[in-house]
Design a protein around this ligand. Structure first.
Ligand code: ADP
Ligand code: MG
Length: 572
């Protein structure tokens, strides 16, 4: 007697359910997507106890007649595709015909549905996959699906679920993604009888993003100019320079109305922001990518969270270009100086530098509103657009701009100025060095000495004039101009120490970049004595930079409080 038996439909559904229905949040996703596919204009979602007790989705979509309602609960019953060929270009959220039967097989399930043209609807109750009743029902046109006691008949799976809070958090996140991906549908979310949020239908992406994530979040974004290249349309919003997070929680990538995880897109965003965000931080983004459904495959993940792009290189290029363009546009209110009239800091060091470097590190404030003031096109006029008010705390410059109060961090600003100047000089192979009056012989520990020998050419490229002098000694004849006020030994060791912490070695571009970064960090102003002329010079130099709004580590150089905000703070 053979050992192979066909699974009963019931068991087969439960097996499939394991794939589609991972947790309560996946039920929410499948049901809301069904509502969207049914053309709903409004969707109400309710859940209780992390979704394990109750999930209810109500929509005003097309509804189903009795025959279709019963059919929808059969495995592989779908109204959305007919043949395998259709799979290649599905325009709907669902297409496998698995969700409803899978969910119904692992819960106490109730479907109430009525097409708008019918006088009466249908109510179907199912428990653990078995139909218990099919009756007429009243109710408004549309569909309501109620899922109670999820996994009640699969104790092993139930045990797999996390705490109520965690499951609720997954649902909230899922709903957030769905709402951001479908601003044209009004949505309402209730949790344990209380309203979590509701969002009106809108055709303005920004309105929906603000409804879901708040005005603070939107203030940290800038729109990207919508572009289309190779049939790939990119729209949406990306972070202003400096606006990132240590995780990707606030990176939404929407591919043809579906929020997806797409490594190619993540990577190009990271690359585009390499100079505008500290390492390890991810830019905020709400990116809407539209392309021919034939150009990718969304049938690779049970929950369709991941997609396989046929041409990831093209998508990567498109996203990178769009983000870069937005970053560029963010600074264009100020004319971009041509490469040739870049400031050469050796001719005009922006401001005097205090003699002893002190490494100040400060935490990144959780939310900074970068100034988005529109500035006249020439840096000089731009400076005039600010009225200098005075100095603050030996570090900040207070200014009045057209839109409010602007605080400029002299340290961050000088870091940005030095960084861009040095990087440009290093790129041209002409970093300025200042000869020491007397060459200095520096004796180092063997560890430092080895390390410096390994990075000698990179150090020379950024302006350290030094050569081995036998044993662990080096002869220093000059320093990068911006460090010329420093004690040679301290300057050298400081730069080495910061560079060493990056773990980079050699003479390649990454080492050079890291060196430029650390030299500018060390040379940056530390303690600013306010004086109108030097303040003005600093502002002017900053506004000539390519990315004036953030220092090379990605911290803001200026923050603004608009008059409007000030009014609010004073209770107006
Ligand atoms: P799929 O979405 O992959 O087609 P589902 O099991 O999720 O499979 O749904 C099966 C079918 O039931 C759908 O193709 C659709 O015709 C119908 N259906 C499901 N939910 C709704 C709804 N909220 N309103 C109208 N029809 C629905
Ligand atoms: Mg579906």
């Amino acid at each position: 007697m053979g050992k192979i038996r066909l699974l009963t439909d019931e068991v087969a559904s439960q097996v499939a359910a394991g794939e589609v229905v991972e947790r309560p949040a996946s039920v929410v996703k499948e049901l809301v997507e069904n509502s969207i596919d049914a053309g709903a204009r409004r969707i109400r979602v309710e859940f209780a106890r992390g979704g394990t007790q109750l999930i209810r989705i109500e929509d005003d979509g097309s509804g189903m007649d009795r025959e279709d309602a019963l059919l929808s609960l059969e495995r592989h019953a779908t109204s959305k595709i007919r043949s395998a060929a259709d799979l290649a270009d599905v325009g709907t959220m669902g297409f496998r015909g698995e969700a409803l039967p899978s969910i119904a097989s692992v819960s106490r399930f109730r479907l109430v549905t009525r097409p708008s043209e019918a006088d009466v609807g249908t109510e179907i109750q199912i428990s653990g996959g078995k139909i218990e009743s099919v009756v007429d029902s009243g109710g408004a046109p549309g569909t309501s699906v109620e899922v109670r006691s999820l996994f009640f008949n699969l104790p092993a799976r139930k045990k797999f679920l996390r705490g109520e809070e965690t499951e609720a958090a997954h649902i909230l996140q899922q709903m957030q993604s769905l709402a951001i991906a479908h601003p044209d549908v009004a949505m309402k979310l209730m949790r344990d009888g209380r309203l979590v949020w509701q969002a009106a239908a809108t055709n303005d992406d920004e309105v929906r993003i603000r409804d879901l994530l708040g005005a603070d979040f939107t203030a940290r974004l800038m729109p990207i100019e919508s572009t289309e290249d190779n049939g790939i349309r990119i729209e949406g919003f990306v972070a202003k320079p400096g606006e990132g997070r240590p995780d990707r929680e606030l990176q939404f990538v929407i591919l043809n109305r579906r929020v997806v995880q797409c490594p190619a897109v993540f990577q190009s965003l990271r690359e585009a922001y390499s100079g505008a965000l500290p390492k390890g931080r991810h830019p905020l983004a709400v990116l809407r990518i539209s392309m021919n459904p034939l150009a990718f495959d969304c049938n690779v993940h049970p929950a369709k969270r991941e997609v396989r792009l046929h041409r990831p290189d093209l998508v990567r290029q498109a996203v990178y270009t769009a983000a870069k363009r937005a970053l560029d546009a963010f600074r264009t209110p100020i004319a971009a100086p041509s490469k040739m009239d870049r400031p050469l800091h050796r001719e005009e060091p922006p401001v005097s530098v205090s003699p002893t470097p002190q490494h100040v590190s400060f935490p990144l404030p959780p939310h900074i509103e970068l100034p988005s003031m529109s500035l006249p096109s020439k840096p000089d006029e731009a400076v005039d657009a600010f009225r200098l008010v005075g100095g603050l705390g030996g570090r900040w410059i207070l200014m009045e701009g057209a839109e409010g109060l602007v605080l400029l961090d002299t340290r961050a600003a000088s870091e940005r100025i030095l960084f861009e100047g040095l990087r440009w000089e290093a790129g041209m192979g002409q970093v300025g060095s200042q000869q020491l009056l007397m060459p200095e012989i520096i004796e180092l520990t063997s560890k430092d000495a080895v390390w410096i020998s390994e990075n000698l050419s990179a150090l020379q490229a950024v302006g350290f004039l030094l050569e081995p002098f036998g044993g662990c000694s080096f002869k220093v004849e000059g320093l990068p101009t911006c460090l010329s006020q420093r004690d040679a030994r301290t300057a050298l060791l400081d730069v080495c120490e910061t560079l060493r912490s990056t773990g980079l070695v050699g003479s390649g571009q990454p080492v050079l970049d890291a060196l430029v970064r650390s030299v500018s960090r060390i040379a940056a102003i530390n303690g600013f004595k306010y004086e109108e002329s030097s303040a003005r010079r600093l502002v002017r130099e900053l506004l000539k930079c390519e990315l004036p709004y953030a220092c090379p580590q990605g911290r803001p150089t200026m923050i603004q409080w608009s008059f409007h905000e000030l009014d609010r703070k004073f209770g107006r």
